[in-house]
Design a protein around this ligand. Structure first.
Ligand code: FES
Length: 580
C-alpha cells in the first residue's frame, strides 16, 4: 500500500495542507476523516431534467454507505447530465463536453478512486471515456432499467413500442385518444429505457468491459438489489484506491473485443458502435469498423430482447442477466481479460447459469447466426456505414432502388406525408446533413418514417440511408453513420433523386451506382459547405469532432501514442499540492 494520492492535498504540513483540510472542516468533516483514508469521488449525473437518472440521489447514498463501511471517505460531485429526450438538438452533441467535465473533475480534485453513476444513454459512455483518459482507479454503477409500462394488457418497451404505435397513428389505425392513453402509461418509473436500446446496451457493455461489478447491469432500477449493488460498488472503490488498479489495465484490446462481442450477441443499439470507438480512442486501442465486422460475422445473437427479440431487460435479469450472457459467450471471449474486481472475466462468470432459455438462447441454437450489426463500405460510404441486421427485413438485405433525397430533417417533416411524394416501396430514402458536423451532433433522425401513402398501403419497411444515428430502440432496414458525412463532403452530398443505390448486406456493400468522376464533379460544383457556428461550444464541436467511423470524439481528446495519461492536476508532476 503506497501513499494515497489525496495525501498530496491533505497530508501537507504547509499552508496548502492547512487550507485543504480547513475547507473540508468547513463541511463538518473532521481531521480523523481525512487522516490517510482513501477519498472516493462519487460522480453523480442526477438531474431533474433526466428522468432516467432521477433516483441517483438515493443510489449515491448507497455508494457512500459502502465507502464508509470500507473505511473510505466519500465525496460526491456533480457531472453535467445528458437527458436523451429534453436535450436539443441531441444529447450526443454534448457527450464529449460531459466527458471533458468528468475527466477534468477527476483529475483536479483529491480523489484516490472514483465511482461513476450513469444511466441515460450518453451519461455512461461520457463517464467511461473520462475515466479512461484520467486513468485513476474507477468503477461504474449504472441506474438500471425502468419498470415496463402496461398498455392494453401488453408490457411495453420504452421506445420500441412507441415507434410501432406512432406508425399505427399515422396510418390511421389508432386514434389520437388512444395515443394520449399510451402517453400517460408509457413511463411508469425512473430508470433508463428498458429494452436493449442504447442505455441498456451501454450499461451491459460496461459490465463486459470489466468496469462495473459483474451481475449489476440489468438489475431493475426500482429493485432493492440495485441499492445493494451500489453499496458493494462503494466498498470495491475503496479497495481499488488501495490496490491502484487503473482503467488502463482493464479497458484493453481484449476487453474491447469482449464488449463488441456482447454488443453483437445482444442485438444491441447501433450507438454503441460509436461509443466503443470513442472509448477505444481514449485507451489508445486501434479498434476499427472492420473489427466490428469480423466479430459480427462470428457472433450469433443469443439475447431474445427487444428490439431484436421479444422480451425486456427485466426478463433478461431474471434469466441470469449479462453475466449469464457472458457465460454463454465465453468460448468467443477473452476470458483472461481483467475486471474491476481484480479477477478475470472467466473467473467472474464461473458457476453462473442461464435460468431461462427462452430469453438467453444457447450459443449453438441462437436467435440469429450472425451478429446484430453489420458494417458496410462502398462508393456511398468509403469510410464505412452500419446497419442493424437483426431488426431489418430479410427481403431488403439485397436491394437496388432509386434515391429520394431529403436535404435535412425539416425537408422530411414538410414532405413525408405529401400524397404526391414520388415514392414506391422500392425507393431508397436518403437523408443528409445529419452527421456529426452537419446535424450537428448526429441526431437520431436516421429512422426516417415510412411515407404516409405507403403506410396506408401496408408497407412497414423500406431502405433508408443517412449520416445520422438512430435510437437504439428503433428498427427497420436503416443504414446509418454513413462516413464521411455529407457536410464533410462525403459522397452522400452528391446523391440526386433517381440515382440508383445498391445495398448488399451479405457482401458488406453500399454503392451509389454512378461514375466516381461524376460524384467528385457534383461535390466540387456544390463548393464548400457554409460554416455553422462562429463561436462557442458549437464552433469547437464542428472544428474538432471526428467522423462516426472514429467515434465522434474530439481529435484532441484521443490518447497520444506513447504518452502516459496525465493523472495529476495539470502542471503538477511531484510533491504536495501548492499554489496558494
Ligand atoms: Fe434515458 Fe432512454 S431516454 S435511457
Amino acid at each position: 500500500m503506497g501513499e494515497m494520492r489525496s495525501t498530496r492535498w491533505f497530508g501537507g504540513k504547509d499552508i496548502s495542507g492547512f487550507i485543504h483540510r480547513a475547507s473540508m472542516h468547513a463541511e463538518g468533516i473532521s481531521k480523523l476523516a481525512l487522516d490517510g483514508r482513501p477519498i472516493v469521488g462519487i460522480c453523480n449525473s442526477w438531474s431533474e431534467l433526466v428522468n432516467c437518472n432521477l433516483h441517483f440521489r438515493g443510489l449515491t447514498e448507497s455508494v457512500k454507505r459502502g465507502v464508509l463501511l470500507a473505511g473510505g471517505l466519500p465525496l460526491e460531485f456533480p457531472a453535467m447530465s445528458l437527458g436523451e429526450n429534453l436535450m436539443k438538438p441531441t444529447s450526443m452533441l454534448f457527450r464529449n463536453l460531459m466527458a471533458m467535465d468528468v475527466e477534468e473533475s477527476i483529475r483536479c480534485y483529491p480523489f484516490d478512486s472514483v465511482v461513476l453513476l450513469g444511466g441515460c444513454d450518453k451519461t455512461v459512455p461520457a463517464q467511461i471515456m473520462a475515466a479512461v483518459s484520467a486513468d485513476l482507479p474507477a468503477i461504474m454503477v449504472t441506474g438500471g432499467p425502468s419498470q415496463p409500462a402496461w398498455f392494453r394488457g401488453r408490457q411495453l418497451g420504452a421506445g420500441t413500442d412507441l415507434w410501432h404505435y406512432l406508425a399505427e397513428l399515422r396510418a390511421g389505425r389508432m386514434t389520437q385518444e388512444e395515443f394520449d392513453e399510451l402517453e400517460a402509461a408509457a413511463t411508469p418509473s425512473f430508470g433508463h429505457c428498458n429494452e436493449m436500446g442504447t442505455a441498456s446496451t451501454m450499461t451491459s457493455i460496461v459490465e463486459a468491459l470489466g468496469m462495473a461489478l459483474p451481475g449489476t447491469a440489468s438489475i431493475p432500477a426500482v429493485e432493492a438489489g440495485r441499492g445493494r449493488a451500489a453499496e458493494e460498488t462503494g466498498i470495491r472503490a475503496v479497495a481499488l484506491a488501495h490496490e491502484g488498479l487503473r482503467p488502463s489495465q482493464i479497458v484493453t484490446e481484449k476487453s474491447l473485443d469482449n464488449a463488441v462481442t456482447l454488443l453483437m450477441a445482444l442485438g444491441g443499439g447501433t450507438n454503441a458502435v460509436i461509443h466503443l470507438l470513442a472509448i477505444a480512442g481514449r485507451a489508445g486501442v486501434p479498434l476499427t469498423l472492420d473489427r466490428f465486422h469480423e466479430i459480427s460475422r462470428r457472433t450469433p445473437v443469443i439475447a431474445n430482447v427487444r428490439p431484436s427479440g421479444e422480451h425486456l431487460v427485466e426478463h433478461l435479469y431474471h434469466a441470469g442477466g449479462i453475466r449469464a450472457v457472458l457465460k454463454e459467450l465465453l468460448p468467443l471471449l477473452h476470458g483472461d481479460a481483467l475486471t474491476v474486481t481484480g479477477r478475470t472475466l472467466a473467473e467472474e462468470v464461473e458457476g453462473v447459469e442461464v435460468l431461462d432459455r427462452n430469453v438467453i438462447f444457447p450459443l449453438d441454437k441462437p436467435l440469429a447466426t450472425e451478429g446484430g450489426i453489420t458494417t458496410l463500405r462502398g462508393s456511398l460510404a468509403p469510410g464505412g456505414a452500419i446497419i442493424k441486421r437483426s431488426t431489418a427485413s430479410a427481403e431488403l438485405m439485397r436491394h437496388r432502388g432509386p434515391a429520394l433525397v431529403f436535404e435535412d430533417v425539416y425537408d422530411v417533416a414538410e414532405r413525408i406525408d405529401d400524397p404526391d411524394l414520388p415514392v414506391t416501396p422500392d425507393t431508397v430514402m436518403v437523408l443528409r446533413n445529419t452527421g456529426p458536423k452537419g446535424g450537428p451532433g448526429m441526431p437520431e433522425w436516421g429512422q426516417l418514417p415510412i411515407p404516409k401513402k405507403l403506410l396506408e398501403q401496408g408497407v412497414t419497411d423500406m431502405v433508408r440511408i443517412s449520416d445520422a444515428r438512430m435510437s437504439g430502440t428503433a428498427f427497420g432496414t436503416v443504414v446509418l453513420h454513413v462516413s464521411p458525412e455529407s457536410y464533410a463532403n462525403g459522397p452522400l452530398r452528391a446523391v440526386r433523386d433517381g440515382d440508383p443505390i445498391v445495398l448488399d448486406v451479405e457482401a458488406g456493400r453500399l454503392d451509389l451506382d454512378i461514375p466516381a468522376e461524376e460524384i467528385t464533379r457534383r461535390i466540387e460544383e456544390l463548393g464548400p459547405p457554409k460554416p455553422r457556428y462562429s463561436r462557442g461550444y458549437g464552433r469547437m464541436y464542428v472544428d474538432h469532432v471526428l467522423q462516426a467511423d472514429e467515434g465522434c470524439d474530439f481529435d484532441f481528446l484521443r490518447a497520444v501514442p506513447g504518452e502516459e495519461p496525465q493523472t495529476l492536476p495539470y502542471g503538477l508532476l511531484t510533491g504536495s499540492i501548492g499554489g496558494w
